[in-house]
Design a protein around this ligand. Structure first.
Ligand code: ARG
Length: 736
């Protein structure tokens, strides 16, 4: 009942600082949230959550690869827990048809069996500093926007250079509240991160795309890695000599489970939200951007699926690419539906009206903030011109693998032309490595069909001005344009298949053998006259043009958005506003909480292994249950992970998370790990734009299920022995 009241208040006021909403900067938690959290059940001090000088929770939380996911350290030997879908690409990379660990799972029997992962790194946060004053020191109120940007960029460079000094740290200043505040982040980066364990896909991705973004859920979405340091404990590139990291802090793991209304906080690296998006942006997303992205992705998925179903090797090669495209295909469908169902547009208009009225109430305010809503509206008139072509370039143009993999070849062409044999050789070696990576998971038959389909979409949906020249070659309408594509003349207005066939028969870029022969005997002319390269380059050139125009239009938004937020915060000056997510570490707190998705329907906050068995369908690859798991279920052999004959699988909290938070630790009031966050719920898919306090939920894997799978299912009890296990509130003493 109380929540409904809060919800109603919230509609009129916009962002509301009630407990569950908000992604808070750890640095500010002490000032803004500590009291609130204690009331809800937090027993830690602010210093135990975030401290620069003493070990604290933040020292057990890392971003993966700069922020595509989050992970947490769960042992004194650098064991790292994250989601299965975060490790997916790496597990797939280690898989072959003969040794398919993606399907069957992987468990390193000892540290020497752990698998290195090229390119994967994790970052520990060393400290955060508010540098707003320093960044804005030379900014004047009457500066032009360009001048302002230049002044700020210069100040940021200076601050970063000074903060880095001669340390091995990575430093970054980031903008918050649309350029109203700035914070410095200092990280320590570790590049040797090895795969330790992953459940079979039938557990790690149980429910597949059908259950994705949905509750009730029954997925064991976790995988294990280990962070290694050099023998001196410092970050080091991969080497057999490296040793398991000795972390400043690791999270104890609680087997005590969750109850409705239990306090829960989530630490992690949310990637991006748009909570201050205006009605103009909501309208554009609903009417144009989202439907376009869904349409293009849907087409690609259809083609990929056909190829994957026909051949197990293709299925493996495309598993990760498919999952990535499909995840946000469904996301955009859900977001559009959520924005409409929850009347987000109208709510935004209401907020904008309030802010405008408040500003126009006083001359002094008008002077300070201008007329931000009108400014934003004007900028959108401009943005709309480039919106659809821009997303077509991103989704359809670069959606062709030939294009995305080879437009950068211009670098190689340049190196070959430079007549610096040493530099050219180095460049060749680099590109060869990239090519080997590319061909490992590439199927030209699929890509050829994708090219034909993407060409069709471009030619049918986009204004001629913004269709890359390469694509225009597929239609005889453009025959009068010279040099579209040497050697190909379209015989109809929609000669897509012949066009794609021509490219794929004549380009070396889609053929492994021909590419390797090329590297052995490279020439700039061969690349420059390659139809695949010509196509890729034309997409890239066209993209640069449109991105520049759109960028100009977007920058017209800066002024309005900055002042809109500034006015909003001033108007409700007793309210605590949190900044949009931007891949920096955040804390969100709330509680374990069931919900009512629709009239007369109640969703419990926990799911069990019984639910897995209810969903079992041996004819549907998404719902297969591994025989071993079934046997454990039938014997009710849950060990110390079961509770009164039940094994809990997933649970929900009302924490405020988004993409990038995947793999984040869910932590109880005593600082112990109770789960791993991995998804959001279907009823609130518009949550990145407007948080929905009543129905938005964060979906987590119950830590008891994770440990059960590691121990009882996989028999990897040595990993459990590394952890600090809490049972009945206190640490278990181990036999060893
Ligand atoms: N929706 C999840 C996220 O974006 C990813 C879930 C992966 N599972 C799947 N079936 N694709 O974090």
């Amino acid at each position: 009942m109380k929540k409904v009241l809060i919800f109603l208040l919230c509609i009129g006021l916009g962002t509301n600082a009630i407990a569950d909403e908000g992604m808070w900067l750890p640095l500010l938690v002490k000032r803004l949230n500590q009291v609130d959290m204690e009331k809800m059940g937090l027993q830690l001090t602010a210093d135990e959550i975030y401290s620069v000088n003493n070990s604290s929770l933040k020292d057990a939380v890392v971003n993966l690869g700069g922020g595509f996911c989050t992970g947490e350290i769960i042992s004194k030997d650098g064991l790292l827990l994250t989601n299965h879908h975060c490790g997916y690409d790496y597990v797939q990379g280690h898989s072959t048809v003969e040794n398919d660990i993606l399907t069957n799972g992987f468990w390193a029997a000892s540290k020497s069996d752990e698998l290195p992962n090229e390119g994967l790194f994790v970052q520990f946060l060393v400290r955060i500093e508010d540098v707003t004053k320093k960044v804005l020191k030379k900014v004047k109120a009457d500066m032009s926007e360009d001048m302002r940007t230049e002044t700020i960029d210069a100040a940021i460079t200076e601050i970063e250079t000074e903060a880095k000094g001669d340390t091995h740290y990575d430093v970054k200043v980031k903008s918050f509240y649309e350029g109203n505040e700035f914070y410095l982040f200092v990280y320590e980066t570790y590049n040797d991160v090895r795969l330790v364990g992953a459940p079979p896909e039938s557990i790690g991705k149980f429910g597949g795309d059908t259950d994705n973004w949905m509750w009730p859920r029954h997925t064991g979405d976790f995988s294990l890695f280990r962070v290694y340091s050099g023998p001196d404990g410092k970050p080091a590139e991969y080497s057999p000599e490296n040793i398991p990291l000795k972390p400043k802090h690791h999270l104890p793991v609680s087997l005590d489970g969750v109850q409705e209304n239990d306090f829960a906080m989530v630490f992690g690296y949310p990637g991006s939200t748009n909570r201050y998006l205006t009605s103009f942006g909501v309208d554009l997303a609903i009417e144009e951007t989202n439907p376009a992205r869904v349409k293009i992705r849907g087409k690609k998925l259809e083609i990929m699926k056909e190829g994957m179903d026909a051949d197990p090797a293709v299925r493996l090669a495309y598993a990760s690419k498919y999952a990535r495209i499909s995840n946000y295909w469904k996301y955009f469908i859900g977001q559009t539906k959520g924005l409409k169902d929850l009347d987000v547009y109208d709510k935004k208009v209401e907020i904008e009206r309030n802010v405008s009225n408040w500003i126009h109430d006083k001359k002094s305010r008008e002077k300070e903030y201008g007329d931000p809503v009108t400014e934003i509206g004007k900028a959108y008139d401009e943005i709309e011109k480039y919106n659809l072509p821009f997303y077509y370039h991103i989704e359809a143009g670069f959606g062709v693998e030939l294009v995305s993999s080879s437009y950068k070849m211009s670098g190689l062409i340049q190196a070959l032309k430079d007549e610096d044999p040493e530099k050219a050789q180095k460049s060749i070696e680099n590109y060869k490595v990239i090519s080997e990576h590319f061909f490992k998971d590439y199927n030209p038959k699929i890509d050829q069909q994708v090219l034909a389909a993407m060409t069709a979409l471009f030619l049918q949906d986009i204004d001629t001005t913004y269709i890359p020249k390469g694509f225009r070659a597929a239609s005889n309408i453009f025959h009068n344009e010279s040099d579209l594509m040497d050697g190909f003349k379209a015989s109809s207005a929609s000669d897509y298949d012949a066009f794609s066939t021509f490219i794929f028969s004549n380009s070396i870029l889609v053929n492994h053998g021909k590419m390797m022969a090329f590297y052995a005997n490279p020439s700039a002319e061969v690349l420059e006259s390659d139809p695949g390269y010509i196509l890729a380059n034309s997409v890239y050139e066209s993209y640069k043009n449109i991105a520049e125009k759109r960028g100009g239009a977007l920058s017209q938004l800066d002024f309005g958005r900055r002042n809109f937020i500034a006015a909003l915060r001033k108007m409700n000056k007793d309210k605590k506003y949190y900044p949009d997510a931007n891949s920096t570490m955040r804390l969100t707190y709330g509680k374990v909480s069931s919900y009512n998705p629709r009239d007369a329907v109640h969703y419990n906050y926990l799911t069990t292994l019984e639910g897995v068995m209810e969903k079992e369908d041996s004819t549907n690859p998404e719902f297969i249950v591994a025989p071993k798991l079934k046997a454990l279920y039938e014997a009710k052999d849950y060990g110390q992970y079961g509770t009164n004959g039940k094994l809990y699988v997933n649970f929900i909290t009302n924490n405020d998370i988004t993409g990038g938070n995947s793999g984040s630790p869910v932590i109880n009031g005593s600082g112990q790990l109770i789960g791993t966050a991995f998804d959001g719920n279907w009823e609130a898919m518009s949550g990145d734009i407007a948080f929905e306090p009543v129905i938005q939920r964060c979906i987590n894997v119950d830590i008891r299920y994770i440990l059960f799978i590691i121990d009882k299912f996989a028999g990897a009890s040595h990993l459990i022995d590394e952890m600090t296990i809490i049972k009945n509130g206190s640490a278990q003493t181990k036999a060893n």
